[in-house]
Structure formats: C-alpha cells, structure tokens
Design a protein around this ligand. Sequence first.
Ligand code: COA
Length: 226
Amino acid sequence: VMSIVGAQPFMKPMQQAASTSPGIQRRHTLPASEVRPLNTQDAISVFEIEREAFISVSGECPLHLDEVRHFLTLCPELSMGWIEEGRLVAFIIGSLWDKDRLTTEALTLHKPRGSTVHIHILAVHRTFRQQGKGPILLWRYLQYLRCLPTVRRAVLMCEDFLVPFYRKSGFKSLGRCAITVANLTFTEMCYPISGHAFMRRNSEAIRFPELPLTLPLTDTKESLDV
Ligand SMILES: CC(C)(COP(=O)(O)OP(=O)(O)OC[C@H]1O[C@@H](n2cnc3c(N)ncnc32)[C@H](O)[C@@H]1OP(=O)(O)O)[C@@H](O)C(=O)NCCC(=O)NCCS
C-alpha cells in the first residue's frame, strides 16, 4: 500500500511555499500557481478538460466522471494538478498496476500492491496548450514518483501521433498495446523509475527547491510588491 510517507515530499514544498510567503498570506490572494494532488472535488474540473480534449474529438475519453472520482478516492496521491489562480489548467491521473503489460482491467482498477504507475491521462486545458506545461507537469510527476519507494516504473498507452511527445520525456515504446477502444489502437510506453531515488532523498541529495517548477510558479514578486 502506498505509504503516506511517500506522499509527503510532494506536499511539503507547497506548504513551505505558503508559510514562507508572508506577502501572499497577508493579501489573502490565491497563489498565482501551484501544483498539488487532486481530490474528488476536482473531478468536475478534470472532466471539463477531458470533455473538450477527448469527447469533442473522438466521442471517447480515458476516464468517465465516475472513474475520475473512483481513482481520486482510491489513490489521490498518484494524481497531480496544476492550478493557476484557482483554476485547474493541467492534470495527471494515475493508479497502480501489477502486471508487465496493460490489459483492459487496468483501465478501471487500482492495484495497491503493484509497482507500476499507470498514467491514465495527462491533459492540458485547451487555452494553456503549446506553452510547455504538459511536459513540465509530466517531468514533475515523474520526479515525484522517484520518491515513492515501491514504484519501479510508469506506463501509459497513447495514440501513435503522441509517441514522439512521450519519447522526449524519456518514455520508451513497448510496442502495440493490447487494449483497443472504439477502433482506436495504442502504443504502450514505459518510463523506468530508479530504485535508488528514495535512498538519495533520505540523504537529502534531492532537494525540491532545485526543481525548475518551484512554487508559487509565477507572479510572486508582483504579489509581494503590490
Ligand atoms: C498532449 C498535451 C498533453 C501536450 O501538452 P502541451 O502543454 O500542449 O505540450 P506542448 O505544447 O508544450 O508540446 C510539447 C511537445 O509535444 C508536441 N505535441 C503537443 N501536442 C501534440 C499533438 N497533439 N500531436 C503531436 N505532437 C504534439 C509539440 O509539438 C511539442 O513538441 P516541440 O517541443 O518539439 O514543439 C496537450 O496538447 C493535451 O492536453 N492534448 C489533449 C489531451 C491529450 O491528447 N492527452 C494525451 C493523451 S492522455
């Protein structure tokens, strides 16, 4: 079972960012940008982005609203949302899987003892695309997974046109995915997660403030100056 200890390094920087920014606290404004795990209250915002990104295009989407709620209830620590001024602009939803390759069951199940993170969706709100946010959020998520001691790899299935996109983020193709959805076929892709990152984290070789995506992301100076 995913330990709460594992989830801590992800949440900690945000709490620190909030508590060490007196200007932001004083003005009671929403942080300009933050990255945090999603919860069931985010399900509608997630689904709105899915509706535009997938349903309007193909009539299908990776997760229906009840499935979004299902995973955000069972394994919220495997989700990540990018919020700008209180609005969800990009997100990832993952769950655990316990086999080498994805099968249809992986679309709906969370296997708490699995060592594979199945990334169900990465999506960016339409008006925030082509700004590098998708790759940044994915990178941040993969860094976070390295701090979860039982996670050995991340896998996803994508349509062939997105293979170069995921390759650039370090994923390797495993070939054709066994799953098909409404005549669509997919490539299965895998990202190995080093088994030693947890040890390095404990020895403080990984420091979250060094990540390029430190929080709050933008407008800090403006918020403090006004
Ligand atoms: C795919 C997606 C997550 C990319 O996020 P983004 O923030 O828009 O990414 P960027 O615009 O910074 O693109 C990064 C790279 O991916 C490529 N890329 C982005 N969308 C692409 C698409 N639809 N087809 C092919 N390549 C694409 C870009 O060309 C870019 O490459 P470059 O750096 O060489 O120019 C986003 O477009 C999206 O949410 N799409 C709809 C949902 C989706 O298809 N999700 C993935 C399947 S779960």
